[in-house]
Design a protein around this ligand. Structure first.
Ligand SMILES: NC(=O)c1ccc[n+]([C@@H]2O[C@H](COP(=O)([O-])OP(=O)(O)OC[C@H]3O[C@@H](n4cnc5c(N)ncnc54)[C@H](OP(=O)(O)O)[C@@H]3O)[C@@H](O)[C@H]2O)c1
Length: 277
């Protein structure tokens, strides 16, 4: 991107060099960036890790199941990428602090945090879903861990005067759908992301949230065993389709990159049009 100083106002004007084809997409090169990705052992988190690594980032993936993390790491390394794993249960605040410290120790910086770890919690009657035990466990992973993970990277990002935090929420934050505690937790992620963006803008740390529609992952893949339910769910989307992890990963890549340097506090709904109905 060519830069031109405007003589009269001193305002910097950026112009694309139309003769340089390599300029297109340069803002999305992730070389030299370090991305910390929770829930990176499967599903959307895995897709984000693989895409960011392919774009040149050093990635650190976090989740409880070490075998899952190793599998993703092996794939990324075999493709020539850079990946470290940090097995941990993020419902313990101290583990969020430790994963950030691990990231710093390995790569010396934290440029991107993707909060993808999550669980729908119990699906049952209202009373079952509202039981104290389910409330505590579901909030712990779907909101508290997001909050603690952000807290753990903020000092580094503020000191760097740059950073991008991307929180994976859900349509359950926007509509009356999904288990009730999951919905409450994702709603909290939504308003927290917006408020945090307001607090961190002055330090050039951006915070955005993403709202996936029905995405085929480990969490949801058994849906095809129930053809009628699958057809009804597909029909919720105006595209009559399910989404795939790359549909979310492309958005996360954009938000993580300099291409989105003017984007913060925003909500990205990637749902095949489900919410326009
Ligand atoms: N798939 C969809 O249709 C959809 C739609 C809307 C929103 N989402 C959101 O997208 C995110 C990713 O979900 P997904 O569909 O990719 O499902 P997934 O494959 O089940 O991913 C969830 C990840 O979170 C990790 N995790 C869960 N509890 C954890 C804990 N206590 N500590 C550390 N890691 C933990 C899991 O790893 P371990 O089990 O190894 O810990 C797993 O890798 C979630 O926040 C989910 O709510 C998904």
């Amino acid at each position: 991107m060519g830069k031109k100083e405007e003589e009269s106002s001193g305002v910097e004007v950026h112009e694309l060099n139309l003769n340089d084809k390599t300029e297109i997409g340069r803002g999305m090169d992730m070389t030299g960036r370090c991305a910390l990705i929770t829930g990176g052992g499967s599903g959307i988190g895995r897709g984000c890790a693989e895409m960011l690594a392919q774009a040149g980032a050093d990635v650190v993936i976090v989740g409880r199941r070490e075998a899952k993390l190793r599998q993703v790491q092996e794939g990324i390394l075999a493709a020539g990428g850079s990946c470290e794993i940090y097995p941990a249960d993020l419902t313990a605040d101290e583990n969020c602090e430790r994963m950030a410290a691990f990231c710093l120790e390995k790569f010396g910086r934290i440029d991107i945090l993707v909060n993808s770890a999550g669980s729908t919690g119990k699906r049952g009657t209202l009373e079952e879903e509202m039981a104290a035990d389910n409330f505590g466990k579901t909030m712990a992973v779907d909101f508290n861990a997001v909050f603690a993970a952000c807290r753990s990277v903020i000092p580094t990002m503020k000191a760097q005067k740059s950073g991008s935090i991307i929180n994976i929420a859900s349509l359950a934050a926007l509509q009356a759908r999904g288990p009730i505690v999951y919905s409450a937790a994702k709603g909290a992620v939504r308003s927290f992301s917006r408020s945090l963006a307001g607090q961190l803008g002055a330090d050039n740390v951006r915070v955005n949230s993403v709202y996936p529609g029905f995405i085929v992952t480990e969490m949801t893949e058994n849906i095809e065993q129930y053809p009628e339910q699958a057809a009804a769910l597909r029909a919720e989307s105006v595209l009559n389709a399910f989404g795939h992890v790359e549909d979310i990963a492309y958005c996360v890549w954009y938000l993580a990159s300099d291409a989105a340097k003017f984007v913060t506090g925003q909500e990205f709904v990637i749902d095949g049009g489900t919410t326009i109905k």
